[in-house]
Design a protein around this ligand. Structure first.
Ligand SMILES: Nc1ncnc2c1ncn2[C@@H]1O[C@H](COP(=O)(O)OP(=O)(O)OP(=O)(O)O)[C@@H](O)[C@H]1O
Ligand SMILES: O=C(O)[C@H](O)[C@@H](O)[C@H](O)[C@H](O)CO
Length: 155
């Protein structure tokens, strides 16, 4: 979990290969209308995210041991996901706004508008006192992040 540009997909791809686990890209479950909205620089609302979260919950119920990349910005979103998959664990890629903005502007080939970075941080409720959360410094090298998550999952 984490805001756009925090590195969720990049890290998940590495972990899925390393751990031989299936990986679900949360962005693939957004409706076409939501993707269009984000591409036009319009933030999603709770309403837009409701059907998306419901689809992710359905997938979590079906597939055990899956790695899911999902912004999961609000505590209520995480609680909904946890209810679908009891014991679900969250690796939180914690990043500052300047670096998220830099990454989103430079990565290219992605529908997400960089003008939405402010709203991602306005919406983010960083996990505090929630079960099963590992906070990661998103600025560390990917190899270190991968090792940290793999060790945490194995514990
Ligand atoms: N630890 C890292 N160090 C340096 N660059 C990174 C790191 N992790 C990811 N990046 C780079 O940052 C950019 C954003 O990463 P990525 O697309 O994985 O983020 P994301 O959280 O999945 O974003 P979104 O939710 O918007 O799809 C990519 O260009 C990626 O190569
Ligand atoms: O809840 C949200 O606002 C979305 O899930 C976003 O976080 C983006 O889809 C993602 O980051 C793509 O860049």
């Amino acid at each position: 979990m984490g805001v756009a540009g925090s590195g969720k997909s990049t890290l998940a791809a590495l972990l899925a290969t390393h751990l031989q686990r299936p990986w679900l890209e949360g962005d693939a479950f957004h409706t076409e209308a939501s993707r269009r909205k984000m591409a036009q620089g319009e933030p999603l609302t709770d309403g837009d995210r409701a059907s998306w979260l419901a689809s992710l919950c359905d997938r979590l119920r079906l597939e055990a041991g899956v790695i899911l990349t999902c912004s999961a910005l609000k505590r209520s979103y995480r609680e909904q996901l946890r209810a679908a998959a009891p014991g679900l664990r969250f690796a939180f890629l914690d990043i500052d706004k300047a670096e998220a903005d830099r990454r989103v502007r430079t990565r290219g080939g992605h529908f997400f508008s960089a003008s939405l970075i402010d709203s991602q941080f306005d919406t983010l409720e960083p996990p505090r006192d929630e079960p099963g959360v590992l906070r990661l410094d998103a600025l560390r090298p990917l190899s270190a992040l991968q090792a940290e998550v793999a060790e945490w999952l194995a514990a």
